[in-house]
Design a protein around this ligand. Structure first.
Ligand code: NAD
Length: 401
């Protein structure tokens, strides 16, 4: 039986990960630690909280005493650190909390885990650790900085690698690439925003603990996630919410920034594979070979909302209580280009070959399938959207747009 400490488990990816491991591992315990910032919501894990395998602690990953108590009360095998300040725009407004949570919080967690898992020292003076323990740091492709977008409209990806050919075989939509370069685990780390810099510092600190103390770690670096329970300040859920309300859709700059989109459950699956099979001390890229221009993501979202919400020109009865947009208004006319984000990264593109070859990871969900599932989920879960979008977020949204 494996006991996981999942930090940030009431946030978007952390909560999806909790749901995923409870579903696939019947014999596990899950301890969730979350500060419940504006981005964390107990409503997201309502069902899981009543599962006898789950315990919840409200608190900060910078609080050493609390983490020590958790380690005293539970025999933690794996720490999966999702807890973070995660929104780039907020990091530009106020970097301080990003450095504190993302860097010092990671250090605090590792220090407590290290103290609890140590068994002694080897002949060279390095600490030794209990078998089967692991600290997994959930990092991001943003640590690599950005790439050129030198194929402006993108072209279908030519896959020469056999492992990847196998992965992409039979996909409904063959992915496009918007440039020749990709991030591999060997790409140097050159973050460009305060958020990415804080995540890079944490990523490097985790690897420093592996080198200095032989502390058992893995780092995963993932591309942009989308899916259920995504907080509506991020691109896709914000667009869905605004379309339904008939509000304009803010798009930064010319909208031609390229992101590699991965359905959140595929990310969770990749993390589980790294926990179970990743070589200690190594970093693993998790990505979807699913590049797209932001503006095309917005247009596809409008198209699918239109298709799912209306019957003829009328709103379907099940959605009529909250859909404010009319059939004619639900169009690309809603798009409103706004001043570009400062230092906006042009293109992220992950090469997940190592994770595919070593662990058998594959990004299972084509974007056309994942985005439809996501939009349907938001249509069917308006209570959740209203709950998380009340309060703090509203003030932030009004100040930004
Ligand atoms: P999120 O903002 O939705 O969730 C973060 C969670 O952490 C929230 O529940 C919040 O309450 C909690 N938290 C914040 N500060 C905390 C603290 N000091 N102590 C304890 N809990 C705290 O973020 P997300 O999108 O789910 O991202 C999770 C992780 O994955 C982050 O580390 C992020 O850097 C990384 N990541 C995200 C993406 C993406 O596309 N969203 C891609 C790659 C990597």
């Amino acid at each position: 039986m494996m006991t996981y400490l999942v930090t940030g488990g009431a946030g978007f990816i952390g909560a999806n990960f909790v749901k995923y491991i409870l579903k696939i591992h019947s014999d596990c315990m899950v301890i969730i630690l979350d500060k419940l910032t504006y981005a964390g919501n107990l409503g997201t894990i309502k069902e899981e909280l009543s599962d006898s395998r789950v315990s919840f602690y409200k608190g900060d990953i910078c609080n050493k005493e609390l983490i020590e108590n958790i380690f005293m009360s539970h025999n933690i095998d794996t720490v999966v650190n999702f807890a973070a300040e995660s929104h780039v725009d907020r990091s530009i407004e106020d970097p301080g909390i990003f450095l504190k949570t993302n860097i010092l919080g990671t250090q605090t967690l590792m220090d407590v885990a290290k103290a609890n898992w140590t068994t002694g020292k080897d002949s060279n003076g390095y600490p030794t650790f209990l078998e089967g323990k692991k600290f997994l740091q959930v990092s991001t492709d943003e640590v690599y900085g950005h790439l050129d977008r030198d194929i402006p409209e993108g072209k279908v990806l030519e896959v020469t690698n056999d492992a990847l050919k196998e992965v992409l075989k039979g996909r409904e939509d063959m992915p496009k690439a918007f440039g020749k370069e990709f991030f591999t685990e060997e790409t140097s780390l050159k973050p460009r925003s305060p958020y990415a810099t804080s995540k890079t510092a944490a990523d490097m600190l985790v690897r420093a603990y592996a080198e200095t103390y032989h502390f058992p770690v893995n780092v995963t670096r993932c591309s942009n996630n989308y899916g259920p329970y995504h907080f509506p300040e991020k691109l896709i859920p914000l667009i869905i919410k605004n379309i339904l309300e008939g509000k304009s859709l803010p798009v930064y700059g010319d909208g031609k920034q390229v992101r590699d989109w991965l359905y959140v459950e595929d990310h969770c699956k990749g993390i589980d594979m790294v926990i179970n099979g990743g070589t200690l001390g190594e970093a693993y890229n998790i990505g979807g070979f699913n590049e797209e221009l932001n503006i095309n993501i917005v247009k596809k979202t409008i198209d699918i909302v239109r298709e799912l919400v209306f019957e003829g020109e009328k709103v379907k009865p099940e959605y009529s209580s909250f859909v404010k947009v009319s059939y004619n208004e639900c169009s690309y006319n809603l798009i409103k280009y706004v001043a570009d984000r400062l230092g906006h990264d042009a293109r992220y593109a992950i090469d997940p070959t190592k994770t595919v070859k070593e662990l058998g990871f594959y990004p299972e969900t084509p974007f056309t399938v994942g985005i439809r599932k996501t939009i349907k989920w938001y249509l069917d879960n308006q209570d959740w959207v209203n709950e998380v979008a009340s309060g703090d977020y509203q003030k932030y949204y009004q100040a930004m747009y």
